[in-house]
Write a protein that binds this ligand. Sequence first.
Ligand code: 4AD
Ligand code: MG
Length: 429
Amino acid sequence: MNTTISELKNYDGKNVILNGWVYNIRSIGKIWFLILRDGSGLVQCVVVDKETDKSTFELENILTQESSISIEGVVRAEPRSVGGYELGVKKITVHQIADEYPISHKEHGADFLMSNRHLWLRSKNQNAILKVRHQVIKATRDFFDDNGFTLMDSPILTANSVEGTSTLFEIDYFDRSAYLTQSGQLYGEASAMAFGKIYVFGPTFRAEKSKTRRHLTEFWMVEPEMAYCDLDENMDWAEKHVSYVIQWCLEHCKEELKILERDTGKLEKSIPPFPRITYDEAVDILKKRGVDFKYGSDFGAADETAISEEFDRPVMIHRWPSEIKAFYMKRDTENDKLALGVDMIAPEGFGEIVGGGQREDDHDTLLSRIKDHKLPIDPFQWYLDLRKYGSVPHSGYGLGIERTVGWICGTKHVRETIPYPRTMYRIEP
Ligand code: 4AD
Ligand code: MG
């Protein structure tokens, strides 16, 4: 019977076949041990002289790390073993003897590992991180699906910028130029006017020239957009969404978080209500902590960390100086200098995971903002239409999947939270 390592608990005492790769081999004379990995987990397989056929026993010095094999054997409960079970080997079938594997179980440099990303994915920690990523995406989809949102894909190829022109990837598009999307938001707004509550989920692209541990040039973003929704309700959705994802992962990624040695204490506290402070209040926190910060500028990574240290769960910062926020943000009716934007900052120095806000819904105001930002008007004609045909207050946000996975896993660099990361210096493998 073919099965997987994660299913062994259902086969105690039974004969099974596992298909996988050699993780490790060690020997103590008349017995040798093989750790097999199959993508679902690791299991110790025990090879005893006399209990296996002769050709199988002799494989000890032939099998190399990552050789592909099938093993037939008997499942035995073994509390001291990883996963609680081991396999008494009867027969090993070899598919391929691997060449000398470049990644051993010792430490390697980050650059070397990234160059071997196509192989590094097989390592225990990388495997765990990407399984958490899967669960973050599943929980996100479930959350929106269960709350009346409709999935609305946005195009990747677009004619307009969303988040400023400095990070646009420009491409030849037949006889004109086009851009890779920076955010699905503008299309999300159009979709929200058609469906009420929607979410966009897909890859987004930014020609980020900075080399930081939080920036990729290709990253995945989920962007809900809600008609008849103001900034406060937008923050309600963001905190419900994030806490749902965290609780889901705490419950369903226990094994992975253990492998990653994640201290889950701070994650457990991430339940609503999340504190909500204004930009001005955040600046006061920095002042009180003696941080050198110029009012009106954006928070850097160190500023975000300092602010987050005041709280035991994610904090939402709202009402920002309008000059540092995008053209589409609605202004605060009580203070025209402030934009109704919101950023959510994760605890423990993981930085901004959510950016969003309430959108400008008046046609003429939006048109003048597009002009103020020196953006070409033509590509925004369809977007301006939304303010001509039944405009309503509406809001939304974007949550970066990689930064969220990084926070949950306690992984400092986002390049480990996506299978094949793209950065300024890397487009392979
Ligand atoms: O704050 P941002 O730029 O907001 C938007 O794009 C809005 N249009 C979203 C919306 O309102 N619908 O990006 C949103 C989130 C950030 O908080 C961060 O988590 C992530 O996307 N992000 C990045 N992640 C990895 N690498 C990058 N270069 C990122 N830029 C943004
Ligand atoms: Mg932002």
